[in-house]
Design a protein around this ligand. Structure first.
Ligand SMILES: Cc1ncc(COP(=O)(O)O)c(C=O)c1O
Length: 421
């Protein structure tokens, strides 16, 4: 028998060599295990994904694409990227996939680079109504380099106003229409966006950074049949490593690939590409479909419980993994609610609600998501209790110790990273 194969992670070694940094890793795990994680954009990726992330593939330079690299010795990492691309295409029924974007923001940067020139007009959802910074905010490259027209949600229903989207598209003739959001709890009508894009001859980009995992698992309808380009992140509901990806039509494949490399990135992170392949493989299993249906059922249970406690769900509820809650009736700001929940062992984020009278740093709402809790094995009954605990913590700072106790009891049964998945 030869020597033990070396495959990567050795926590004992890190502890011996760099105890200070090793302690950070331990403390973060303890933080996560010591509280409820309701941040809608987070998840607990599998140990198998973590193993690929911690592998020696991080060492390899592989500028270019499989079979067309600018470095030697890429024949092995080529296999990782081919697996990732093939799995992504099969999982989403897409004609082409690019798995190299380092993040959701760079996936969007590449998609814009493929479709637009500086100064071109694009139509996207306003940040204040749930859109993302990369959808045209002035503090982001997208708002600086493009002529951005924004649509929002209706004041009465808090749903996207498709009449407004169409009117703005007809008036401004954008070259690109972006749909997708970071804080919109309802389904998007991709067919309506497609129809509007066709009417004005615009490209349609669906940024499904958040719900991509739900689409992979079949819990909600996919954007892929409708959009020319779909950008996504791999670390939210998809439960993979931190990173981004792009799906597109065969027609746009070469443009998208050139936009990712060499236009906006250099060498791909091959350990992350390998980990994306692992995550796509996991998402292809039938149990992932079941998991995503549980995520949405849990979000409904959480949202209903919060509503029953007088915490108003924006847009009347949720169809996805997240809910946006208007706290104005309680007289507590989003920032204060975030602090009170933290003191009670519940991590969530403040969030602007549509037509928010408060500045973003204060905000009138909170955003909650159920991806982490579902990965931990919680079901609707637990999420109902979580809703009551959030309400208690937000209403009464004095309730923090009692809420913390209940949170600890829930976590004693549902610890992340205790079972294989
Ligand atoms: C809709 C949307 N697009 C893009 C991004 C950016 O992703 P990343 O943080 O990986 O750059 C996010 C992140 O929350 C998002 O919600």
């Amino acid at each position: 028998m030869g020597p033990q194969p070396y495959y990567g992670p050795d926590f004992g070694l890190l502890q011996r060599q760099d105890p200070e940094l090793a302690q950070v890793l331990l403390d973060e795990l303890e933080r996560v295990r010591g509280g409820l994680q309701l941040i809608a954009s987070e998840n607990f990726t599998s140990p198998a994904v973590l193993a690929a992330l911690g592998s020696t593939l991080t060492n390899k330079y592989a500028e270019g694409y499989p079979g067309r690299r600018y470095y030697g010795g890429c024949e092995v990492v080529d296999r990782a990227e081919r697996l990732a691309v093939d799995r992504a295409r099969e999982l989403f029924g897409a004609e082409h996939a690019n798995v190299q974007p380092h993040s959701g923001a760079t996936a969007n940067l590449a998609a814009y680079a493929a479709l637009l020139q500086p100064g071109d007009t694009m139509l996207a959802m306003a940040l204040q109504h749930g859109g993302h910074l990369t959808h045209g905010s002035k503090v982001n490259f997208s708002g600086r380099w493009f002529d951005v027209v924004s649509y929002g949600v209706r004041r009465d229903s808090e749903l996207i106003d498709y009449d407004e989207v169409r009117e703005l598209a007809l008036r401004h003739q954008p070259k690109l229409i972006v749909c997708g959001a970071t804080a919109y709890p309802r389904l998007l009508d991709f067919a309506a966006f497609r129809g509007i894009a066709d009417e004005v001859g615009a490209w349609l980009l669906a940024d499904v950074a958040h719900p991509i995992g739900l689409m992979a698992g079949g819990a909600i309808p996919s954007a892929v049949p409708y959009a020319d380009v779909v950008t996504f992140t791999t670390h939210k509901t998809l439960r993979g490593p931190r990173g981004g990806g792009i799906l597109c039509t065969a027609e746009l494949a070469a443009r998208i690939d050139r936009a990712v490399f060499p236009f906006i990135q250099g060498g791909p992170l091959m350990h992350a590409v390998a980990a994306k392949a692992v995550a796509f493989g996991e998402a292809m299993r039938p149990d992932f479909g079941e998991h995503t249906r549980q995520v949405t059922a849990n979000a409904r249970a959480l949202c209903d419980a919060l509503a029953a406690e007088g915490m108003r769900p924006v847009a009347g509820g949720t169809d996805t993994h997240l809910a946006l809650i208007d706290l104005r009736d309680l007289g507590v700001s989003g920032a204060e609610a975030e602090r009170r929940c933290a003191a009670a062992g519940i991590t969530l984020n403040r969030n602007a609600i549509p037509y928010d009278p408060e500045p973003p740093a204060v905000a009138s709402g909170i955003r909650v998501g159920t991806a982490c809790a579902t990965t931990q094995g919680m079901g609707p009954e637990e999420l109902k209790e979580v809703g009551m605990l959030v309400a208690q913590a937000v209403r009464d700072p004095g309730a923090a110790p009692a809420v913390r106790e209940r949170v600890a009891a829930l976590l004693a049964i549902h610890q992340p990273y205790l079972s294989e998945y």
